[in-house]
Write a protein that binds this ligand. Structure first.
Ligand code: SF4
Length: 426
C-alpha cells in the first residue's frame, strides 16, 4: 500500500525530481488523465490542497487510486525519469495530496442544485458507477444509484484488503461523492431492468464482477475449495471463522491481484502458509510487481508454471495435483501460452481458494435486453451505448476494466457520452 501518511520530506524530494515535461507522457499513462506535472508542481510549491483539487478534477477517487493503482504499469511506466534514475512515485504523491486535502476538509464537490429534466439510473455503486454519477451530477443531471449492498463502494469495500487500501480513505471519498446522492438498495432481479429502462432516460450498467467460475477439475466441489473473492468479502466483514485457517496451509490459484490479496489475507487470519499457484511465470502475472514483492516479503510463497488438475481429500486436508507447464508462444492476451510437459506434482494443503477468470455474475446481466455477451462472458462494449438499446451504457469491471482507475475512467467516459446523446434528444 502506498504510504498515505508517508514522510512529507520524501514527497517533496519526489516532487523536486519531476521534470515537468511539456508533453507529460505520464498523463497518457493514467486512464483518468490526471494532470501529473501540474499537481506535482503544486506540491512542490507547498500548495497541497491545490494539488489534491487538481487530482479530484479528473478522478473523484484520487486518494484511493493513489494507494492501489499499479502505477508501474500506468503513469510511472511512461515517466521520462524512469530512464534516468527511476520513475517519480506518482501514486504516493497523489495519495499524499488527496489525503491532505480531504483530511483538512479542503475538498468539496459542488453539485448544482438546479436539475435537468432527464433522469439517470446507475446500476452498481462501485468505482465506475460512483464516477459516472459524480460527473453527471456535476452537470445537473438527477442520478439514482442502485446497489444491492448496504453501503456504496463495491469492490473498494469488499474486495481490497486493508493492508493495501486505507479504509478511512474509502469512507471519506465515498462520503464526498455520495453527499446528496439518491441511492437505493435493491436486489438485482429479472423485473429490475424493464422497470428501470421504462422509468429512466439513460442507464449506466456497472454491476462489477463478483464471481470466479469453479475450477474445471475433479474435486473442485469439495467444501474446502472456495472462491477467493467471496473469502475477501468475508474477511472485510470479519466473518472468516468457517474457513478455519488458523495454523493451516492454503493454496490460492491464480496470478492476479485477487490471488495475491487472498494469499496475504490468509496469513493475516492466522494461516501457517499461503501458496499462490500460477500456471504461468512471474513475468506473466496480472498482479503488478510491487504487489508480488510486498506479498513475498509478507511471507506468501509462489509455485510458478503449474496448473491444477485435481483436488482430493487426504486425511483432514487436501491433495492438490499439479501439472508442470512450459511457456510457449505469446497468445492473444499478450502472454506466453502454458502447456503441460507431462510431469505431475502434488501439494498437501488444507484449503484451496480460486482466483481464476473472474466474470460478471450472470444474474447481474440477465434481463437487460440485447446485450451482446462475448465468449469471455463479458458484454462487448466499453463505456459505449448498447447498439439496439441506445439508452443503455456499460462500464467498469463488468466489461473487464481490471483496475479501479480504469473503472473511474469508464464512468467518466460514459457520463460524457450520455450527456452528448441526451443533448441530441432534446
Ligand atoms: Fe514528471 Fe515523469 Fe510526468 Fe515528466 S513524465 S512530468 S518527470 S512525472
Amino acid at each position: 500500500m502506498a504510504p498515505a501518511n508517508c514522510e512529507a520530506s520524501y514527497v517533496m524530494q519526489e516532487a523536486n525530481r519531476c521534470l515537468y515535461c511539456f508533453d507529460a507522457p505520464c498523463i497518457e499513462g493514467c486512464p483518468a488523465r490526471v494532470n501529473v506535472p501540474e499537481f506535482v508542481a503544486r506540491i512542490r510549491s507547498g500548495d497541497l490542497a491545490g494539488a489534491g483539487k487538481l487530482v479530484y478534477k479528473e478522478n473523484p477517487l484520487g486518494w484511493v487510486c493513489g494507494q492501489i493503482c499499479p502505477t508501474e504499469d500506468l503513469c510511472a511506466a511512461k515517466c521520462v525519469r524512469g530512464a534516468l534514475d527511476g520513475p517519480i512515485s506518482i501514486g504516493i504523491l497523489q495519495a499524499f495530496a488527496c489525503g491532505y486535502a480531504v483530511d483538512h476538509q479542503l475538498v468539496r464537490f459542488h453539485y448544482p442544485s438546479g436539475q435537468l429534466d432527464k433522469r439517470i439510473a446507475v446500476i452498481g455503486g462501485g468505482p465506475a458507477g460512483l464516477s459516472c454519477a459524480h460527473y453527471l451530477r456535476l452537470q445537473s443531471y438527477p442520478v439514482t444509484v442502485f446497489d444491492r449492498e448496504n453501503n456504496l463502494g463495491g469492490l473498494l469495500r469488499w474486495g481490497i484488503p486493508s493492508h493495501r487500501l486505507n479504509r478511512a480513505a474509502v469512507d471519506k471519498e465515498i462520503a464526498l461523492i455520495s453527499s446528496g446522492l439518491q441511492w437505493k438498495r435493491v436486489e438485482v432481479g429479472q423485473s429490475l431492468p424493464n422497470r428501470i429502462l421504462t422509468e429512466y432516460d439513460a442507464v449506466f450498467l456497472a454491476p462489477g464482477r463478483w464471481s470466479f467460475p469453479p475450477l474445471a477439475v475433479p474435486g473442485s466441489d469439495l467444501p474446502q475449495v472456495a472462491s477467493a473473492n467471496i473469502f475477501l468479502k468475508d474477511c472485510a466483514e470479519d466473518n472468516v471463522g468457517s474457513y478455519d485457517l488458523r495454523d493451516k496451509e492454503a493454496a490460492i490459484i491464480g496470478g492476479g491481484s485477487t490471488a495475491i490479496d487472498a494469499a496475504r489475507a490468509c496469513l493475516e487470519v492466522g494461516a501457517r502458509r499461503a501458496i499462490v499457484v500460477y500456471r504461468r511465470g512471474r513475468r506473466e502475472m496480472l498482479a503488478c510487481s510491487s504487489e508480488y514483492l510486498s506479498a513475498a516479503e509478507a511471507g506468501v510463497e509462489f509455485i510458478w508454471v503449474s496448473n491444477p488438475v485435481s483436488v482430493s481429500k487426504m486425511g483432514e486436508g487436501l491433495s492438490l495435483e499439479l501439472d508442470k507447464m512450459t511457456l510457449g508462444e505469446t497468445d492473444e492476451s499478450g502472454r506466453r501460452q502454458p502447456t503441460p510437459i507431462g510431469r505431475r506434482t502434488s501439494l498437501v494443503i488444507d484449503r484451496v481458494l480460486v482466483a481464476v477468470s473472474s466474470l460478471p455474475e450472470s444474474s447481474s446481466l440477465s434481463g437487460w435486453p440485447e446485450l451482446e455477451i462475448l465468449s469471455s462472458g463479458r458484454p462487448a462494449a466499453r463505456c459505449t451505448q448498447n447498439a439496439t438499446v441506445p439508452k443503455l451504457f456499460l462500464g467498469g469491471d463488468v466489461i473487464g476494466a481490471g483496475t479501479v482507475v480504469q473503472a473511474v475512467a469508464d464512468g467518466k467516459c460514459a457520463a460524457e457520452r450520455m450527456h452528448e446523446w441526451l443533448s441530441e434528444q432534446t
